[in-house]
Structures are given as C-alpha cells and as structure tokens.
Design a protein. Structure first.
Length: 324
C-alpha cells in the first residue's frame, strides 16, 4: 500500500513537471520579447535560477540533517546530468546552435568555475591535506565567482546585440501576464520535482540502496527534472537559446549558490563516500561541451548520442560499483 501511494505521488509529480515546463517556456519567451532581450539572457537568469530552486532546497535540507553526501551528489550529479543527459536529449530532438558569444564568454566561465570546484575539493591530492573537503572559505570563493557572473549578466543585458535581431518578435502575452505565467510554471516544476524526489527516495531507501547512489541518481535526476522537461519542451519549440542558457546558468548556480551558500552557512563538508571518478566526470562533461561547441558552433544529433552514451557508461559504472 505504501509503495502504491509513493508511485501515485511520483506520477502526479511528473504531470506537474511536464505542464509546468510548457508554461515556463511560454512565459520566459514572452518576457524576452517584451523586454526585447535575447532568449539566451532569459535562459541564463530566470529559467536557470528558477529550475535550480529544487537543488538549493535539497542542499539546505541535506546539510541541516547532516547528509553531506546528499548535497555533493545533488550538485555534482545534477551538473553531469545537465550536460550529458539534458543536452544529449535536446540535441537528439533538435540540433542545438551555440552562439559565438556563448563559446567565447559563457562556456569559459562555466569551465573556470567547474575547474575551481574540482581544485578546491582535492586537498589530499594537491595540498597534502588529511581529507578532501569544501570549507567555509572555499564556499565564499564560489559565491564570489557567482558575483562576477552576475556582473557579467548585467553587462550582457546592457550590450545585448542579439536583442536587435529579436526586437521585432511580438510577445505572446503582455509583460505582467508573462511574469505570472513564468512564476506558475516555476511553481509547477519545483513542486513536481519535490514530489518526484521524495517519492523516488522513499521507494529506493525501502529496498536498501546507498545514500551515495540515491543522491547521484534519484536525487540528482529528480532535481534536474525541471531542466530536463524545460529542455525537451524548448527543443520541440526550437528555442535552443533557452536550452543552452538554462544549462550553463543552472550549472554555475549549482556550484556557486546551491553548494556555496549552505556550506558558507553551516560549515565544512568532507568527501564522504564520493570518489575521484565523480569529479573527473564533472570536468570531462564540461570540457566535452566546450569542445563540441567550439568546433562546430552547434551540438549535432550525433554529438547528442555521444553525450548520452557517456552518460549511460558513467551511471552504469557507479550503479554496478554500488550494487556489486
């Protein structure tokens, strides 16, 4: 009876996610048209930060309950999924065009912040420390990186050249209604993701799956569901700028805010059961995204399949290792 109830909650959560994502894309596109700014900027801000709200909520609650593995799995797993799974799925639906400005500016920022996280975490390997950990000082550094990113977004909003190309696009809704629709979409996907995460975690824990495996798979996938549904809907509507902006913005937000703020408040977290392979995949997925984007200025269907294959290989490895 308990399992049946959890499955029902899971289904309701998915329904909220799907409908919320559809509403969110419509509202966000309309906001961009009303303000005459690029959809990339909206993806980097409203959509990215909004769809990362579940990760932030999970991270704070994880540290309050002392589950540091849940926080790390949430951030690292979500970022890997955002690149390999979400962009892979999106590219298979519709080839994703990457703007020159994104290759020159936004992607290097993401690469820098991801590399910084990896370096900050390797205390034993790089500094001869007693444990690999993220300290309060490390978290503050991440937050400062985010402040630089916010400054870049402000400058981008003022000098957004691509807005000139999109300024003639007629908004679907008036500005006030656009914001209301966007907020409703965010509420739907955040609420839906929370239902999915809680029900899936309950089902998994009831059959004895480890916290690391739950956090890297069920929790990471669950908190990435808003981005996944947004990606699928945006790809079907060929709103590829929203897809790219959402992924880049979400990954930066995850590292700098979802991890940074809770650790800055509650203090140092240690490696726990996490392994170097998790950090390697985080770095490799970001580098792969940069190389694909820089080489052809787009992510083709073939490259999307490559991302999905790498995603399947990595998760097959950790699931086999956890269950062996």
């Amino acid at each position: 009876m308990e399992i049946a109830l959890q499955i029902l909650i899971l289904v309701v959560g998915f329904i909220l996610l799907i409908k919320g994502a559809d509403i969110l894309i419509s509202g966000a596109s309309s906001i961009a048209a009303n303000f005459k700014v690029s959809k990339m900027l909206i993806g980097l801000t409203i959509v990215a930060f909004g769809t990362s709200a579940p990760e932030l909520a999970v991270s704070i609650s994880s540290l309050i309950s002392g589950k540091t593995d849940m926080l790390l799995g949430n951030v690292i797993g979500s970022n890997i999924m955002n690149v390999l799974l979400l962009l892979g799925v999106g590219a298979c639906i519709c080839p994703i065009i990457i703007r020159k400005n994104t290759v020159k500016k936004e992607l290097p920022i993401l690469l820098l912040i991801s590399t910084a996280l990896i370096i900050l975490f390797l205390d034993i390997n790089l500094a001869g420390g007693f444990a690999n950990e993220i300290t309060r000082a490390d978290a503050i550094v991440c937050i400062l990186f985010f402040c630089i990113f916010l400054y870049y977004l402000i400058v981008m909003a003022r000098k957004d050249k691509s807005a000139k190309k999109e300024k003639n696009e007629k908004p679907q809704y008036k500005l006030g209604k656009s914001f209301i629709i966007t907020i409703l979409g965010l509420i739907g996907i955040v609420g839906g993701s929370q239902l999915v995460v809680s029900s899936a975690s309950n089902i998994a824990s009831s059959i004895g799956i480890s916290e690391r495996l739950i956090s890297l798979t069920i929790v990471a996938l669950g908190t990435s569901l808003p981005e996944l549904m947004t990606t699928i809907v945006a790809a079907k509507k060929k709103e590829t700028d929203l897809i790219v902006g959402n992924i880049i913005g979400s990954n930066i937000f995850n590292i700098c805010v979802v991890m940074g703020i809770p650790v800055a408040i509650f203090g140092t977290i240690t490696q726990g059961s996490f392994e170097i392979i998790d950090l390697v995949m985080l770095g490799a997925s970001t580098v792969l995204l940069y190389l694909f984007s820089k080489t052809r200025k787009k992510i083709s269907r073939i490259e999307g399949f490559i991302m999905l294959a790498l995603f399947a290989a990595y998760y097959g490895f950790i699931i086999y290792g956890a269950l062996a």
